[in-house]
Design a protein around this ligand. Structure first.
Ligand code: ATP
Ligand code: MG
Length: 295
């Protein structure tokens, strides 16, 4: 994988969303991947996964920082596969995955960040959100009847609710950052055409039938509204502390490389190291060593 001067993922990072336009990121891009495409990428990914495992081991041992990785995408963009491949080398003890589905009655009885807050990674861990509180500015924005079901006092729900939510989230992520939770967000940007191809594959291949849900087709009908909501979300919630990565997702091998690279970039920025042992503790270790030899 690239060193920090020319990291593959940097070109897709948005730390300031002012004026961001989705149309400037091509879902089919494989820009700046090593020549050799898919085959070379598999080796690079394996190397990246190994590097990530080393870094995670230190993260865990040091027990100070936590890393929160948020994944958002349209259906069939490859969230599940990316999470599976990128995290494949990571010790399961140091990793927590949370999937956010439609909120339950109990969830709806609380503010919208409540359920996510309970799933935050502990210090030393990597937490993965497969969907997240960002759905509150995406699916809920595309389907206003969902907002009505949230039973927020009506006088608090006005035209500017989305701007308020972006602000809530910016502040929330800043708060997390100041508490040692490093937030990185990934929008897997798949094209409408490639989504169709993947849906058809799910329908045609019996082993993939289980992945298909009729609801996915219904959401596809709202493609433009979703893209608009994603664009707004990226504009208003990209920050230095919690950047979005807009990752081209028409080629799965490329998506995985970019995400792995961004995760390594985040972990390397923390200057992780194994905790050093004090003089006193070192004496205790030497004593234990001696005791074992004398048994
Ligand atoms: P997969 O289909 O790959 O198993 P998925 O993440 O699409 O994974 P589903 O059970 O198909 O899982 O869908 C979850 C649904 O829950 C999505 O349609 C999503 O928009 C919806 N959802 C998630 N969070 C919220 C929320 N806060 N409010 C309303 N709907 C939500
Ligand atoms: Mg789904």
């Amino acid at each position: 994988m690239a060193d920090s001067r020319h990291r593959l993922s940097r070109q897709f990072r948005v730390s300031n969303g002012d004026g961001f336009e989705l149309k400037h990121v091509d879902p089919g891009s494989t820009d700046h991947a090593e020549p050799g495409g898919k085959q070379v990428a598999a080796a690079a990914l394996a190397q990246g996964v190994e590097r990530m495992a080393e870094l995670q081991d230190k993260l865990y041992a040091q027990d100070r920082w936590a890393l929160l990785l948020i994944f958002q995408a349209m259906d069939a963009a490859g969230k599940d596969g990316t999470i599976k491949h990128v995290m494949s080398g990571v010790n399961p003890q140091g990793c927590q995955v949370s999937s956010f589905k439609a909120p339950s009655a109990i969830d709806l009885d609380h503010d919208y960040l409540w359920r996510a807050n309970q799933c935050l990674p502990e210090r030393g861990r990597i937490g993965i959100f497969n969907r997240s509180y960002y759905e509150e500015t995406l699916v809920v924005r595309v389907h206003p009847e969902m907002l009505a079901r949230q039973t927020i006092p009506p006088e608090l729900v006005g035209e500017d609710i989305w701007q308020q939510r972006y602000r809530d989230i910016r502040h929330y992520e800043d708060y997390l950052g100041r508490n040692g939770v490093v937030v990185r967000k990934f929008f897997l940007h798949v094209s409408k055409k490639e989504q169709k191809r993947r849906f058809l594959e799910r329908l045609d291949n019996p082993e993939k039938n289980w992945k298909f849900s009729a609801a996915d087709i219904r959401e596809r009908a709202h493609w433009e509204a979703y893209m608009d909501s994603y664009e707004q979300m990226i504009r208003h919630t990209s920050t230095e502390r919690a950047p979005w990565y807009v990752v081209p997702a028409d080629h799965k091998w490329f998506t995985r490389l970019v995400v792995a690279d961004a995760v390594i970039d985040a972990l390397e920025s923390l200057n992780l190291a194994y905790p050093t042992v004090s003089e006193e503790a070192r004496r205790a270790l030497a004593e234990a060593h001696q005791q074992l030899l004398e048994e």
